[in-house]
Design a protein around this ligand. Structure first.
Ligand code: NAP
Length: 243
């Protein structure tokens, strides 16, 4: 029986790369998205074209009822869940002095509350021996001005990873987070000048941006047979950006 993976935020960017990689690894993949159904369907079609199995399910991960139905619908369709990758996220930036609560609340809602809701459903529904993979960011080690809402949310996610790993003791389930450095997706590229991008790219000794496939390779490792002894860790997948 094929293993089943849910990937949140899989219509674009890093999530798209993860969904395609896990499908190539033999998982049946649930391609979650918030609003972009056409792009989610493109990902499903690309997987089907390669002979894989995938379906798209809409759910806003900040909404408890959406997250509940994401897991219920997955179980209805595939009967069990083996891997949950909570990749969906937004990047809310605003200087603290400005006190922009709209940005702060939206960022916390998707990135932190969304992770909490996904973790809760994953803990209830994932099969013993399963793998839960969250997304933080390497920028938590940089503390750049304006990144307050985003870093607050991602630090919270890292805390939840360690607690959930302990709460799932005895079930053979691993809980880890990947913390990418600058990666060439809309989330990173939108609103940045060429100079911004060059400066951030050159903070990595490898002097390039990450690609979705760089993150997908590590998800594949954590979700696969060789990753089983890695637990309660934050993997900073950033080409050396943060040191
Ligand atoms: N790119 C980077 O440089 C970078 C660096 C560090 C960490 N990260 C983290 O990596 C993850 C993926 O980022 P990305 O760069 O691939 O972003 P992206 O290209 O902007 O894609 C975001 C994805 O998340 C989905 N999404 C957004 N809000 C959602 C919600 N409330 N519920 C469900 N899905 C939602 C979007 O769905 P729709 O298409 O339907 O809107 C889309 O599929 C995020 O957690 C991000 O914080 C990225």
């Amino acid at each position: 029986m094929a293993k089943i993976a849910i990937v949140t935020g899989a219509s674009r960017g890093i999530g798209r790369g993860i969904a395609k990689r896990l499908a190539a690894d033999g998982f049946a993949v649930v391609v979650n998205y918030a609003g972009n159904s056409a792009k989610a369907q493109d990902v499903v079609n690309a997987i089907l074209k390669e002979g894989g199995t995938a379906t798209a399910i809409q759910a806003d991960i900040s909404k408890p009822e959406d997250v509940q139905s994401l897991f219920a619908d997955t179980k209805k369709q595939f009967r069990h869940i083996d891997v949950v990758v909570n990749n969906a996220g937004i990047m809310g930036l605003s200087p603290i002095a400005k006190c922009d609560l709209d940005v702060f609340d939206a960022t916390i809602a998707t990135n932190l509350r969304g992770s909490f809701l996904i973790f809760s459903q994953a803990a209830q529904h994932i099969a013993d021996g399963g793998r839960i993979i969250a997304f933080s960011s390497s920028v938590v080690l940089k503390s750049f001005p304006t990144y307050g809402p985003y870093i607050a949310a991602k630090q919270g996610v890292e805390g939840l990873v360690h607690v959930l790993a302990n709460e799932l003791a005895g079930r053979g389930i691993t809980v880890n987070a990947i913390a990418p450095g600058p990666t060439a997706t809309e989330l990173f590229l939108d609103g940045k000048t060429e100079e911004d991008i060059t400066r951030l790219r050159n903070l990595s000794p490898l002097q390039r941006l990450g690609e979705p496939e760089d993150m997908a390779n590590v998800v594949s490792f954590l979700a696969g047979p060789d990753g089983g002894w890695v637990n309660s860790q934050i993997l900073r997948v950033n080409g050396g950006f943060a040191y």
